[in-house]
Every structure is written in C-alpha cells, then in structure tokens.
Design a protein around this ligand. Structure first.
Ligand code: VGL
Ligand code: ZN
Length: 205
C-alpha cells in the first residue's frame, strides 16, 4: 500500500506568498498527476498561531533569517507565514483536494516549530500521521511539496526512520535555498539516509 504525502502546498509558499519558494507553483501539477497513481493521499498543512516563535516579528531586535535558540533547538526565524485563519495558510487553488483522505496540521504550538509532517522539531509530539499511515496498511510513501530543504526533507527523514519505504519526487519539490546549494544538499542528505530520489516521469511510468 503506497501513500502520497503532499507537503505544505499552501499559498504562503507559492510565488507572491509570505515565504515564497521560487517556482513553487510548479509542484502542483506533479502533485495532481501523482494522486491518480497512488492508493492513498494525505496532506500536511503548516498552520501557525500568530504568536508563533518561528516568526522574526515575535522577537524584538531579530531579523528574518537569523538563527536563535528556541527550547534548546536551533531555530531559523521566518517571515510571518501560514497563520491560522488567513488565506496564506490555505492550500493552492489548483491543488486537487478531493482525494486527500486526511489533513495533518503542524506547527500549531507557538513554542515549537514543526518541519516534519510526523513530529515537531524536537521529536516531542507526533502529529498522528505515522499512526494513521500504519493503520491504513501503508508501507511505502511518496513525497512531494514545499520546501525541499525544510518540510519535505524532514518529513522524508522521519518517514524513513519510521520504517516506510520512502521516495521523494525531485521535480515535485522546490527549495527555499537560503543558500543556493540547499536543494542539492537536501537531496544528498536524503539519499544518504536511504531515501529514493526519482523524477515524476520515472514515478509515473
Ligand atoms: C517550511 C519554513 C517554515 C516548509 C515551513 O514548509 O518547508 N519552511 N515553515
Ligand atoms: Zn512554518
């Protein structure tokens, strides 16, 4: 049983959004096509309260891109994004949602960020995605979405660690690229962890 995980395909990560990923909208058609080829589809949703401590605006004297210590973890400070109740937190308009069996919100605790769709960044709390997939009999997961170097990477690393055969569709993701090599570095890190990296064409054929 193979599941497709759509990671954070939300307005704020698309061109024009608060934390826009260059060419981020290119993942939507790949995500829509793959949905037709897999047994189960789930989606993660970055879903922050306005007082979330990953937002630079919630720390006096800090800038976007600064790295601080937050509850013992390194935390990159982001622009306000995916705030609950705002249009930025909603899924891309052209993303097919009819086949999405369940949505897993994350980053809802103001005190801790959650890049992975499975756990918060300290691995202290689970979102329920892992148990849900296991209950459904899923043994393989395919991951697309935003962004390659943050939420896609950490979702894939956790999926692999939880024992799922894990594939990331390279051209179904785009990176934030705070550093220009971050996309390539993320792919290398995932490969080293035993995650398969394929093209959409390979996965669809
Ligand atoms: C993400 C930064 C902050 C992501 C979410 O979806 O990759 N990146 N929040
Ligand atoms: Zn976020």
């Amino acid at each position: 049983m193979e599941a497709l995980i759509l990671v954070d395909i939300q307005h704020d990560f698309l061109p024009g959004g608060a934390l826009a990923v260059a060419d981020g909208d290119a993942v939507i058609s790949v995500a829509n096509q793959l949905q037709l080829h897999l047994d189960l589809v789930v989606a993660t949703q970055d879903f922050h309260p306005a007082n979330h401590l990953s937002f630079a605006a919630n720390h006096s004297g800090k800038q976007i891109g600064d790295v601080i210590q937050l509850n013992g973890l390194n935390q990159v400070l982001w622009p306000n994004h995916c705030v609950q109740g705002t249009a930025g937190a909603e899924f891309a308009d052209s993303l097919q949602m009819e086949r999405v069996a369940k949505i897993f919100p994350k980053g809802t605790d103001p005190e801790i960020d959650s890049y992975s769709g499975f756990y918060d960044n300290g691995h202290r709390k689970a979102t329920g995605l892992g148990d849900y997939l296991k209950e459904k009999g899923v043994n393989r997961v395919v991951i697309v979405g935003l962004a390659t170097d943050y939420c896609v990477k950490f979702t894939a690393l956790d999926a692999k660690e939880l024992g799922f055969d894990t594939t990331v569709v390279r051209d179904g993701t785009r990176a934030v690229n705070l550093q220009p090599q971050d996309f390539d570095k993320a792919l290398e890190e995932m490969t080293a962890a035993g995650i398969k990296i394929v093209s959409a064409e390979e996965k669809l054929s």
